[in-house]
Design a protein. Structure first.
Length: 166
């Protein structure tokens, strides 16, 4: 079955987004960043797998843990490349594009998997922060590959679902 993958920095709002999209409480929302350690699969509508990979970039994570994360990602993408139809790269609208986000976007470009950028927590972002983040993201993808979302306001759900099933 096809797979769509959700990646992003720890605490970007990935669990909240997955819960919003699935309408279920399947991904654990945590105040403590960096909790998910394995890749989680959720079968959606019996037709597509949502793949929740551990968040990256938690500063307190030791080096060896970061290396483990890297090889886990590389193995997963290598093994499943044919099945992966879309990667949703979550970017915090408030924090903007960080170094590790850039590396992720460049790596996805390099390995040649299609991706869409989802801006999270747009409810919390000031207009200035939002336009800065949008500008940064547009350095990597066209406007049509950007989705604005807020799990708090239920924003972006339809858009993401339609991209998952198209
Ligand atoms: P994850 O670590 O990427 O899975 O992020 P979580 O879903 O656990 O969320 C991290 C923190 O951000 C939690 O405190 C959430 O309540 C908060 N959060 C997540 N999504 C939103 C959102 O759309 N708006 C706001 N204001 N806060 C959010």
């Amino acid at each position: 079955k096809p797979e769509v993958v959700f990646v992003g920095r720890s605490n970007v709002g990935k669990s909240s987004l997955i819960n919003m999209v699935t309408g279920r409480n399947i991904a654990r929302v945590s105040k403590e960043p960096g909790r998910t350690r394995t890749i989680n699969y959720f079968l959606l509508e019996d037709s597509v797998y949502l793949v929740d990979v551990p968040g990256y970039g938690f500063a307190r994570v030791p080096k060896e843990e970061q290396e483990r994360w890297k090889s886990m990602m590389e193995n997963y993408f290598r093994e499943r490349k044919e099945n992966i139809k879309m990667v949703f790269v979550l970017i915090d609208a408030v924090a903007g594009v960080q170094k590790l986000d850039e590396q992720m976007l460049e790596w996805l470009q390099f390995i040649g998997v299609p991706f869409t950028v989802v801006l999270t927590k747009t409810d919390k972002a000031k207009q200035k922060e939002l336009s800065r983040t949008l500008k940064q993201v547009k350095g990597y993808v066209g406007e049509t590959a950007i989705v604005m979302s807020s799990a708090k306001e239920g924003k972006g759900k339809k858009e993401i679902l339609s991209r998952i099933f198209s």
